[in-house]
Ligand binder design. Structure first.
Ligand code: AMP
Length: 458
């Protein structure tokens, strides 16, 4: 499919797409839309940033236009489950954008962290599309504000994140209440075993589609790592923010406390910055996010969890103030830049204790990241000290302590960048590794969330 006109979508949809200047479908859209239009179930392996929201929203809107009827009171015709408040809000906004010429068309949002009464009122007359986080959806069902036994289409978005965040039981409860006769569109960035099982239980003879977003994204992102002493990180960040030509930058810290500290340091240095994380109220988060989106705020500091689902175009730089201890988070983080065909820059600060994390990341992305050592001022392509024999010990130690965090058995090759290792040295290194790059296996303990409890609290 080379054009949105090829799908035979209803005119109100194609008109909205023209308004948005969407001409060419993204790969996930090209693959998913025809299958979803035929009424079949879909299992899509794709990340946020690949255009997957439109991949499910457009065929759903087409179904609603082709089968017009008022929804029953206290019910919805389409249910979209998403793991976070932010992502849910963005999905609802996308439905409103793509559905702006569809009438009648009501979209409701059911998310936690805000009063439930308005949501109850919004559902009273019934809505076409309900976008919800699982916990709040169950609250609404239990308080009899919502009946989900007439849902025609179910979307489960970011299923692997749902698993990470401990929502799997809620999802199973919700699915058990849905009618068996329905269409299900299921999306996940990775396919750990529990997600395969969940999909098996929820989907009826699904067609599978997959895109490899990281590979194409990674190619457009100039990645660098700066080895730095931990106490020097804040001065380095100030320097980078003052010297790089940055339009909009997302700075990642591992903890909420760390995010607030970075904001204070930057403000002291005369640089405007704000943080979003779990301790901030929904209002604060929305205010900061919209300032960032509108270009009024250049620097946003976030933890991994707070940043989930943030979809802001035009992020020119991602800075990893702390390296993530889960290598997949690195890929998610840097994927915030280089959106919509643009280029991006990802700069990672790596202190001594983070060398093992860097190694894990390089194994996952199958490339050595260009490194600068700020302690010596030396430019050092992929010959960073983290490949030293010493590091093997560090790594063994790291694995011993953090095995469980790698849960999730990422057998899905398609979700990985396919890049070849960049230099001979690294290839040699890989050959000697029993768990080399061509054969990446992460430890998995079934039933255990990917992150430690401490990390999940961010
Ligand atoms: P998503 O993966 O759904 O979060 O989409 C990522 C970004 O790509 C959003 O900003 C969308 O508005 C944009 N987008 C999605 N599909 C297209 C398309 N076919 N052409 C241009 N932009 C798109």
């Amino acid at each position: 499919m080379t054009s949105f006109n090829d799908f035979g979508l209803q005119e109100p949809i194609t008109r909205a797409l023209r308004d948005e200047n969407y001409v060419t479908p993204t790969p996930i859209q090209a693959q998913t839309i025809p299958i979803a239009l035929s009424g079949r179930d879909v299992i899509g392996i794709a990340q946020t940033g690949t255009g997957k929201t439109a991949a499910f929203a457009l065929p759903i809107l087409n179904h609603l236009i082709g089968n017009r009827r008022r929804p029953e009171r206290k019910s919805a015709r389409v249910l979209v489950l998403s793991p976070t408040r932010e992502l849910s809000g963005q999905i609802a906004d996308s439905f409103r954008t793509y559905g702006k010429y569809v009438r009648p068309f009501d979209v409701a949002l059911a998310i936690g962290g805000v009063p439930i009464n308005r949501q109850i009122r919004a559902l009273q007359r019934g809505v076409e599309v309900l976008v919800a986080t699982p916990g709040r959806l169950l609250d609404l069902v239990h308080s009899r504000a919502l009946d989900i036994n007439r849902i025609e289409v179910l979307v489960l978005d970011e299923a692997d994140r749902m698993l990470d965040m401990g929502f799997i039981h809620d999802i199973k409860k919700i699915v058990a209440m849905l009618p068996r006769e329905r269409q299900t569109l299921f999306f996940s960035a990775t396919m750990p075993q529990q997600i395969v099982q969940l999909a098996g239980a929820m989907l009826n003879n699904p067609e599978r589609v997959a895109v490899t977003p990281q590979a194409s994204t990674a190619e457009r992102i100039a990645q660098r790592v700066i080895h730095v002493d931990k106490p020097a990180k804040s001065a380095l960040l100030t320097e980078v923010l003052k010297t790089e030509s940055i339009d909009r930058v997302l700075v990642f810290t591992r903890t909420k406390h760390g995010a607030d500290k970075v904001v204070r340091v930057l403000q002291k240095a005369g640089l405007a910055a704000e943080a979003i994380h779990g301790n901030k109220s929904q209002n604060q988060r929305e205010r900061v996010l919209s300032a960032f989106r509108d270009g009024k705020l250049r620097t946003l500091i976030a933890t991994d969890i707070a940043a989930r689902g943030i979809d802001v175009d035009g992020v020119s730089h991602v800075i990893n103030y702390d390296l993530p201890n889960i290598p997949e988070s690195y890929v998610h983080r840097i994927g915030r830049t280089a959106r919509a065909g643009r280029d991006g820059v990802a700069i990672s600060f790596c202190d001594h204790e983070e060398r093992a994390y860097l190694r894990d990341i390089e194994r996952l992305i199958r490339m050595a990241i260009t490194a600068t050592d700020r302690r010596t001022g030396r430019q050092d392509h992929a010959a960073a000290p983290h490949h030293s024999a010493n590091h093997q010990n560090e790594r063994a130690h790291h694995r011993g302590n953090h095995q469980g965090r790698h849960g999730g058995g990422h057998g899905q090759q398609g979700a990985r960048p396919q890049r070849q290792p960049q230099d001979k040295r690294k290839q040699d290194h890989e050959k000697n590794e029993p768990n080399g790059l061509g054969n990446v296996r992460f430890m998995q303990r079934t039933g255990e969330p990917r992150r430690s409890a401490g990390h999940r609290a961010q």
